[in-house]
Design a protein around this ligand. Structure first.
Ligand code: FES
Ligand SMILES: [Fe+2]
Length: 433
């Protein structure tokens, strides 16, 4: 349970709010590059941290991100003419440059000083990994760009999926902090079918977690933010099934995947206080992705410009009651839609004064306390997690069987050993699998 005050601190993202200031201290995704593919093409609306923006690619191929509403009298620049160096408003022809300069005011006298005195809000951008990234914070606090290794993969090894969610970002993010929920929400009754379908998506190991619906949950702080471990019992008391999740500030996570499986990086991107986009970034450095299988499993395929699937609270996410008898626990198709169904069902911003948290919520509780502490530290001028030069962004989350007496934090070592065909990690002399 949270106080109403803390619930606001953790869910309000607009300019000037504590969390909004925190999020603005990081490089974050603004759009996917497919939205602004064509040089000189139509600008697209971008809602980000409670601000209305437009992204575009000018006729020279240079991307930009600026406030949506014209500084003159507010017409939307999403309707604007896309010209070299910036956008021209349809209403009276003002031209706003990519770096925020007003380049032209044709209806004003040639010697008007307004052109020098006014600027138009714009943000720096960078293209990497199929995404247009931006930094919306103070210039003197800009951190190094987070060099996630997947941003350098070729298109056949990288799939960026963007999906709209009708809730505050925290409801979504807390689902990824919750290792116990898949045993219920994502359960298929026919294990063979479940295993086969997840295997198609390169994710056989997820069906292994169904063996224990009350995992022991462990949490620790890291320089990037935090790490979660869920340890499950197996039929052999000497062996545990361990899943880890890595968290990188401000709202990124690596989800656990098994030996030789494709990997998943996620971003929970607030549009405003009541809606968000999830970015599912599937990647595999070793082989091409099976894109149809990934879409089939997650059900998260959504198209521009809105990136919405047909599922809503109003249509109960197309829940099928018959399927709940002989198909799966939720009656909802697709793991991403199952997550969204419960998270959107809570309403736009859940009143967390009404919760009753238990042992399975350990990582959720840890995350909230950690972020509230980081907000205080930011206000004291202290360094924020994941912003120091040299921060390691080459992380991995693991889904692996390992000896139950080995530390859960070593899950990545165990998975790497198994992928290399070793019985145990180098230097680990005593144990055997
Ligand atoms: S409202 Fe944009 S130029 Fe007048
Ligand atoms: Fe889930």
């Amino acid at each position: 349970m949270l106080t109403s005050e803390d619930n606001k601190r953790l869910t309000q993202v607009g300019p000037g709010t504590p969390l909004g200031n925190f999020f603005r201290r990081y490089w974050i995704p603004a759009a996917v590059l497919e939205e602004i593919k064509e040089p000189g093409g139509a600008p697209v609306r971008v809602g980000l941290l409670g601000e209305k923006l437009v992204a575009y690619r000018d006729p020279d191929g240079k991307p930009g991100l600026m406030k949506e509403h014209c500084p003159h009298r507010g017409a939307s620049l999403a309707y604007g003419r896309n010209e070299v160096g910036g956008l021209r408003c349809l209403y009276h022809g003002w031209k706003m440059g990519t770096c925020g300069k007003i380049l032209d005011m044709p209806a004003e006298p040639a010697d008007t000083r307004m052109k020098i005195m006014l600027t138009h809000g714009s943000y720096p951008v960078k293209e990497a990994g199929g995404i247009l990234w931006t930094y919306m914070g103070p210039a003197d606090k800009m951190p190094p760009f987070p060099e996630f290794p997947w941003t350098n993969l070729p298109p056949e090894k990288l799939l960026v999926v963007k999906m709209y969610q009708d809730s505050n970002y925290l409801q979504g993010l807390e689902g990824d902090l919750d290792p116990a929920h898949p045993n219920y929400l994502h359960r298929d009754f026919d294990e063979a079918i479940a295993r086969q379908s997840w295997t198609g998506a390169g994710w056989q190991s997820i069906s292994d977690l169904m063996s224990d619906g009350a995992p022991a949950i462990h949490v620790e702080e890291t320089p990037q933010l935090m790490r979660v471990g869920a340890v499950r019992k197996t039929a052999d008391p000497a062996m545990a099934y361990v899943r880890t999740t890595e968290w990188i500030a401000p709202f990124y996570t690596h989800i656990a995947t098994g030996p030789h499986e494709s990997q998943l990086f996620k971003a929970w991107l607030p549009i405003d206080d009541e809606s968000c986009f999830t970015f599912y970034i599937h990647h595999d450095a070793r082989k091409s992705l099976d894109v149809p299988a990934i879409y089939a499993n997650w059900g998260h395929r959504a198209d521009p410009p809105l990136y919405r699937t047909p599922h809503t609270v109003a249509n109960m996410h197309l829940q099928d009651r018959k399927m709940m008898v002989d198909g799966n626990f939720s009656g909802v198709t697709g793991a991403a839609i199952q997550d969204r169904a419960v998270q959107e069902s809570m309403g736009p911003i859940f009143d967390r004064t009404q919760e009753h948290l238990g042992t399975s919520d350990k990582a959720v509780i840890f995350y909230r306390r950690l972020i509230l502490r980081k907000l205080r530290e930011m206000e004291q001028g202290l360094e924020l997690p994941g912003t120091a030069p040299g921060t390691n962004f080459d992380q991995r989350a693991a889904s692996v069987y390992m000896p139950s007496d080995a530390p859960w934090q070593e899950a990545v070592k165990w998975i790497e050993a198994q992928e290399a065909g070793e019985a145990q990690p180098a230097g680990d002399k005593e144990r055997s699998l």
